[in-house]
Design a protein around this ligand. Sequence first.
Ligand SMILES: *[C@@H]1O[C@H](CO)[C@@H](O)[C@H](O)[C@H]1NC(C)=O
Ligand SMILES: *[C@@H]1O[C@H](CO)[C@@H](O)[C@H](O)[C@H]1NC(C)=O
Ligand SMILES: *[C@@H]1O[C@H](CO)[C@@H](O)[C@H](O)[C@H]1NC(C)=O
Length: 368
Amino acid sequence: MNLFLKQLLILLLPLVIKATDSVTYNTCSKASRENDAKCGSYCYQVVKPLLDYARSIKSKEEQFEALQNTIRTQEANLDSLRETISQKDFQLKQQVELSSSYKKNIEFRGNQVHFKDLLIAELLAKMNDKDEELKSLRTQHKDNELIIDNTKQLDLKLSVCKAMSIVSICQGKREGVYVIRVPDMEPFSVYCDTQSAGCGWIVIQRRINGTLSFNRSWQEYKNGFGDPQGEHFLGLEKIHLLTHSQPHELYIYMVDFEGDGSYAHYSNFAIGNESEAYAIKMIGDFTGNTVDSLKHHIGIKFSTPDMDNDFNDGNCGTSFEAGWWFIDCGYCNLNGLYTSENRNKIVWNSWHTKPLRYTQMMIRPKSV
Ligand SMILES: *[C@@H]1O[C@H](CO)[C@@H](O)[C@H](O)[C@H]1NC(C)=O
Ligand SMILES: *[C@@H]1O[C@H](CO)[C@@H](O)[C@H](O)[C@H]1NC(C)=O
Ligand SMILES: *[C@@H]1O[C@H](CO)[C@@H](O)[C@H](O)[C@H]1NC(C)=O
C-alpha cells in the first residue's frame, strides 16, 4: 500500500467505523452522508477489509466476552472451592484442636494413671507395714501367752514358797499352838515344839494318855483329828503338803511304860499324795539312840480299818484297830491302841516289843 492510501485510511477510519454501527448511522451528520455518497463503490472496496477486520474484532470481542464469562464462572467455582477449602480448613483446625484436646486428655489420664500407680504403691507399702504390725502383734500375743504361762508357773512357785514360809512358821517360835495358812486349804493349827529336839519342829502325831482314839477311818486320818495341845494326828494331807513343798526332817520321840525313852531321826522325810495312798516316799539317813524300824516302810502305803493297802491277807488296820503304813502288819505302829498290855499296842519293834506310853512325831524344814 502506498503512502497515499495509508493517509486516506487514517482519514476515513472514523467514518468507516460509524458506518458499520447502525445505531450511530442515524446520528451521522449531513456532511458525512454526503461523503458516503461521493465515496460510492470506491469507498466500499477500500472499506470492506476494514469492515471485515472490524467484524473479526467483534467476533473476537464476543469470544473474549464468552471467555470472560467462562472465567467468571470458573472464578465463581474457584470461590466456591475456596469456600469449601476454607470450611475444610476450619473443620481440620477443629479436628486438630479436638485431637490436641484428646491428646491433652490422654496425657491427663496418663498422669492420673501414674498418680494412681503411685497411690497404689503407697497403699501396698502401707499394707506391708500393717502386715509387719500384725506380725509383731502376733509375736506380742505369743509373748503375752508365754508371760501368762510364766506367771502361772510363778504363781505355782509362789504357792509353794507360801507353803514353805508357812512350814517355817515354827521357826523362832516359842512352844505352843500356831495357825498355819496354806493355799487351797482351810487354815489349821499346829503345835510348835522347842523342847524335844531344838527349835522349829511341827508336831504331826502325839500320844500322851490314851484319851484320844486312833482307831479311825481313812477320811479322819486324811484330815487329821485331836487337839494340837494334846493327843492328835495332824492329817496325812497336811503332812503330804508340807513334806512335798520342801525337804523335811523327821524326829520321833518315844517313852515306854517303864519311863525309858529313845529317839529316831530321819534326814529327809516325805509322803505321797492321796492317789499314792500317802505312801512313805523317803526317809533319808537315820540317826538315833534306838534301831531304825521305819526303813522297812519306805514305799509302803497308808492303811486304815476301812482302807486296806497292806500286804497282809487280812487287813492290818482292822486287826490292829489303827491307821498306819502297815506292811504285813510288822515292825512298828505308833498309832496302835493306847494300852500297857500286849494287845495291838503302840510299838517300835526294833527298840523293844514293850508297849509305849508316850510318842511324838515332828517334822521341820531341812534348812532350819
Ligand atoms: C475300832 O473300830 C471298829 C469299827 O470301826 C470297832 O469295831 C472296834 O471295836 C474299835 N476298837 C476299839 C478298841 O475301840
Ligand atoms: C490327857 O491329856 C490331855 C492333854 O494333856 C488332858 O487334857 C486330859 O485331861 C488327859 N486325860 C487324862 C485321862 O489324863
Ligand atoms: C500324785 O502324785 C503323783 C506323783 O507325783 C502325780 O503323778 C499325781 O498327779 C498326783 N495326783 C494328784 C491328784 O495330785
